[in-house]
Structure formats: C-alpha cells, structure tokens
Ligand binder design. Structure first.
Ligand code: UDP
Length: 252
C-alpha cells in the first residue's frame, strides 16, 4: 500500500494529503491532552467517538447552510475535509460561566450569562493560547474587520444549532471552541468552520443532574472519558460500535 503524505500532526489529530487537490484526510487519534499538554493520556476509542460526533455536527451545520470543512466520513477514524488556511484564533462561545471565564472574573461555574459571550484566543502553544482583543487581532493582522464579522456570525450560528441539538437530548451546551479557516476559490475566499466539534472542544452538562459529559472529565479526573463521550453519542443516536443490545419488541 502506498504511504500517505502527512501534512500536519497535532495533539489529537493527524492531517494527510487528500485524494484530490484542495482536500485532506483528517485522522482522529486517541490521545487526550489538557493544560497545554502538561496532562496527557491515551483514551481507547476517543478518536472514533470524536470522528462520528464531529461528522454529525459538521454535516448538520452544512445542512443548514453554515459552511464547514467536512465532506464525508471515510472510516471509523478518518474523514475527508476541505483544505483551508486556519486563522490563528480559537473562537470560544459561552452561554454559562465555566472554566477560564469563571476563574478570571470570579464567577461561580454554572452562572447563566446574560447573553452569549464570544472570545478570541491567539493560537500559540508556547504562549498558552492567550486571550486577545479585537484591536490586537486587527493590529497584528491575524484577521480583518470583515473576517471578524464573519467569524462572529459563524460562531453565533454554530451556537444556536449546537445548543438546540444538545437541548433535544437533555444536554446543556455550556461553552465551546471552534476554529475557522479560509477556503480559496480562485480570487474568492470564504470563511468556513474547520478542525473539529466534539466533546473535546465543548462543555456539555446533563440538564437534570449537571453531570459533565466532556473533556473536563479528563481535565479534572472525574471518571471515564469514554463513558462520558459514549453517553453523548448514544443520546444523539451515533454509536459507532453499536454496543446496545437490540431489545425484543413487544407485539400487541
Ligand atoms: N477549549 C478548547 N481548546 C482549548 C481551550 C479551550 O477546545 O485549547 C474549549 C474548552 O473545552 C471549553 C471552551 O473552549 O469548552 C472554553 O474553555 P476555557 O477558556 O474555559 O478554558 P479551560 O477551562 O478549558 O482551560
């Protein structure tokens, strides 16, 4: 079998050259990292779950006209995606106070926010991905005014879509992070949602019990990460290995 060309390897994913120009193959690893990779582990099955969950969210977004890099899933761990130039900013949307916002502003985790808050973090591992202002983004030319407008519009639509999808299965979307890329088509460029959307990049709390169903389970040693992600996948009807036994149907 021909060896594929690796384009990039990150903490949780590998990108390979795709079969056609302008495409890439995105491979989901089982590696989990937190606190800027100070805490790391290999979690059996995490990559498979994130591949299926990211497929569900990205294809749903494509379906409502929010452009994403997702083309199709290829197998248990890989998907075909559009190649983009990633804008070096993490876009975080928050509905409820948690994590770094709670720490920075002294807000108790779980405090509902008066309106969704959008934040930008500069993607730089050596600096620990610092929070940046729009003025800094413009001054350092990481994105233009138009890009910022487009990024906010995308982030708001992703928030509305994901919040609804989660609410329908009894899960509160507390916050999430997306990455956005530039897709070029001749002289034209458009911004599209890229990277992944999965419980690695969202905070998801069970509405009734408050149980955490996201990467905080790993960050804070709260139990089995695979169990948490499998629960999200099960509720959303995405079960890669279909471990649920089929119940006999009662006829009447
Ligand atoms: N997040 C992420 N990658 C990062 C930083 C944050 O996916 O490098 C996600 C995180 O899972 C959460 C949201 O962005 O859903 C907000 O994270 P926060 O700023 O609270 O930072 P944390 O507490 O995770 O350090």
């Amino acid at each position: 079998m021909a060896r594929r060309t690796k384009v990039y390897e990150g903490k949780a994913k590998i990108l390979y050259e795709g079969p056609e120009p302008g495409t890439l193959v995105q491979y989901f690893k089982d590696d989990a990292t937190a606190f800027n990779a100070e805490k790391r582990d290999v979690i059996d099955g995490k990559g498979v779950l994130n591949n299926f969950l990211s497929e569900l969210f990205m294809s749903g977004l494509n379906g409502i006209g929010v452009p994403t890099h997702f083309i199709r899933r290829l197998n248990m761990r890989e998907q075909l995606i559009r190649a983009v130039d990633i804008i070096p900013l993490e876009v975080v949307v928050r509905n409820i106070a948690a994590g770094s916002l709670s720490k920075r502003l002294g807000l108790e985790e779980g405090t509902p926010l008066p309106r969704p808050i959008i934040e930008f973090y500069y993607k730089d591992d050596a600096l620990g991905d610092p929070l940046v202002t729009e003025d800094q983004i413009l001054a350092f030319n990481w994105a233009s005014h138009q890009d910022l407008d487009d990024m906010v519009a995308l982030a708001v639509r992703v928030n509305d879509f994901l919040s609804g999808v989660m609410l329908a299965v009894g899960i509160r979307l507390v916050d999430f992070k997306i990455e956005i890329g530039r897709q070029f088509d001749g002289d034209m460029q458009r911004l599209i949602v890229a990277d992944e959307i999965s419980p690695d990049s969202c905070r998801l709390w069970d509405i009734k019990t408050g149980t955490k169903l996201d990467k905080d389970v790993f960050r804070r040693d709260l139990g089995s990460l695979t169990d948490a992600y499998s629960e999200v996948a099960r509720r959303l009807g995405v079960m890669p290995k279909s471990p649920t036994p089929i119940k006999p149907r009662l006829m009447n």
